[in-house]
Design a protein around this ligand. Structure first.
Ligand SMILES: [Zn+2]
Length: 127
């Protein structure tokens, strides 16, 4: 993972928390799957189904913001994020899996950031 980007995300968000890690990891996976980087314009679109800490990582790491029109918050209560490549029509939906066993805040943060992608999220893509 990109430690420097993670550090900058913490500064942007104001604190280090598992929620930020969820959004950060979702962005890293989506960017890789869709072949996109930080969205200068609106080529990367995100629909987030929650409106808490993970969204700050999506703003900072993926460049999706409501103001720019490429971040849509559609509250369903699921920790689920859909990303679309507006140029190709490809998409990926990531749904956070239930974490098993007792984990401290620090352990869950590390798990979210470092475990294999398929262990952290159910991943559905359109390719
Ligand atoms: Zn937070």
């Amino acid at each position: 993972m990109d430690q420097i980007l993670w550090g900058k995300s913490i500064v942007f968000h104001g604190h280090e928390c598992p929620g930020l890690a969820i959004g950060f990891r979702a962005c890293e996976i989506a960017k890789e799957k869709l072949g996109l980087d930080f969205s200068d314009d609106e080529e990367l679109i995100c629909i987030s189904e929650i409106d808490s800490c993970p969204v700050d990582a999506i703003r900072f790491v993926a460049g999706c913001t409501e103001e720019k029109g490429n971040l849509i918050i559609n509250r369903t209560g699921n920790a689920a994020f859909s990303f679309f490549n507006d140029d190709t029509g490809e998409s990926v939906r990531l749904v956070l899996k239930k974490m098993t066993g007792e984990m401290t805040k620090d352990e869950s943060k590390r798990f979210i950031l470092e475990a294999p992608a398929e262990e952290v999220f159910s991943i559905l893509d359109s390719f």
